[in-house]
Design a protein around this ligand. Structure first.
Ligand code: ZN
Length: 410
């Protein structure tokens, strides 16, 4: 759905974008943007994709004069040239404002003590969590990543009540706190977890071991950073700030816009961004817009928890598999932990998908549990896999976004 306010905001953005942004001036060459008057007209505009942003390195996306830029952030660039996003003072302020809404929706108040473990620097995570928490009036403990001993020490001494982390680092902390028998001594009440896709089992372990309520934060560097949406107490999707952003869901293969409720790729248009506005930006995140109002009473619309990324979508034996499905299947087998790794190989003309999963069950039961995973996967996904049970702690934990699927075929 596009509201009248959103259509009006989009027309406003389009009316001056060619003049302001050399990037869009070139991209929309020959397109008469003054003729874009309806949602349907808007949907004829070409998408903006990640590779174009890389090609614009370093500052090709900048849409205001130098003197208006106050900061840059950049994507990690692990897969090639990084993407650099310039921010104006208003962009920085707007981002903090959105993030403050996230804390508010998660029930964080000015009495809370917020321990921030995501990284600082070019990456948008740490500083975004910090600016929002400060705007909320909470006490910020800006730890940054790693150094688990010190994290736990500060958590105990300063009586942190809110933990901000990636899911894998929250799990690592939870395991370490349990191992040291400190569960009764920590004061955490809530954890705000970065937008990685993560399974229900992992969620339960973190919630139980840390004794916290969990909230999923959504965001990406290209569109401000984390904090453009968050889940609420009802855990029924992620509320997003539709006065700053317009969300569409498309079929990733055809580009066709899908109706609310259907799963596809999330495409975002910024309505107020100055430094580097983006029109119809393909996030490659797979989700759906949840129709209807949330029981929490918050009137901001919702997307569902991410089921994966279009680039993690793997085709095995002709079947499309999303990482979210692997989580789902493993969650349904008793005795299987939330940690897993998948290897896909091609041998003798055949795809072979091996799933390593952690289990705490007895050695004599390993064969039995492997068989259960194999059968359940076949039944739910339609693909026969090679199951390999390993002990708890055998698979690598990561403080960064973890990639669990390794496709060795190409
Ligand atoms: Zn809600």
């Amino acid at each position: 759905m596009m509201s009248d306010d959103q259509l009006c905001a989009i027309k406003g953005v389009l009316s001056s974008i060619k003049e302001k942004s050399p990037f869009y001036n070139k991209k929309y060459e020959g397109v008469d943007l003054s003729k874009i008057c309806t949602k349907e007209d808007f949907e004829t505009l070409p998408f903006t994709d990640k590779w174009e942003l890389r090609d614009a390195y370093p500052l090709g996306l900048q849409a205001v004069p130098d003197e208006k830029i106050v900061r840059i952030h950049s994507s990690s660039g692990t897969t090639g040239t990084p993407i650099v996003i310039p921010y104006t003072a208003k962009d920085v302020e707007d981002w903090a404002l959105m993030f403050e809404r996230c804390y508010r929706l998660a029930g964080v108040s000015d009495k809370d003590r917020v321990q921030i473990t995501p990284g600082y620097g070019l990456w948008t995570a740490g500083i975004g969590f910090q600016a929002g928490a400060e705007k909320r009036g909470a006490m910020v403990i800006p730890m940054g990543p790693g150094n688990t001993d010190k994290q736990i020490q500060m958590m105990l001494d300063l009586k942190s009540t809110v933990l901000c982390a990636t899911s894998s680092y929250a799990l690592l902390l939870a395991e370490e706190i349990t191992r040291r028998g400190l569960n009764g001594q920590i004061h955490l009440e809530r954890a705000l977890i970065g937008s990685e896709r993560w399974g229900e089992k992992m969620r339960k372990r973190i919630a139980n071991e840390l004794g916290v309520k969990l909230y999923d934060i959504y965001g990406l560097t290209e569109i401000y950073g984390p904090g453009i949406g968050i889940s609420c107490d009802y855990e029924s999707g992620i509320h997003y700030w539709d006065d700053f952003l317009y969300f569409e869901i498309i079929n990733p293969e055809t580009g066709e816009v899908l109706p609310d409720g259907e799963t596809g790729e999330l495409v975002i248009t910024t309505l107020r961004k100055e430094g580097a506005p983006l029109i119809r930006y393909r996030t490659h995140d797979l989700t759906r817009i949840i129709p209807g109002k949330c029981s929490c009473g918050c009137s901001y619309p919702r997307i569902d928890i991410l089921v994966g990324r279009t680039d993690d979508m793997v085709k095995v034996k002709g079947v499309n598999i999303f990482p979210g499905q692997i989580d789902e299947v493993l969650k349904e087998v008793d005795g299987v932990s939330s940690e897993y790794q998948v290897m896909i190989d091609h041998l003798n003309g055949k795809d072979i998908m091996t799933i390593f999963f952690e289990t705490d069950c007895d050695k004599s039961q390993l064969e039995n549990i492997e068989l259960k995973v194999r059968n359940h996967f076949k039944e739910r996904v339609g693909v026969t896999v090679v199951p390999k049970a390993v002990s708890i702690g055998d698979l690598p934990r990561s403080e960064k976004k973890s990639n669990r699927i390794f496709d060795n075929r190409y």
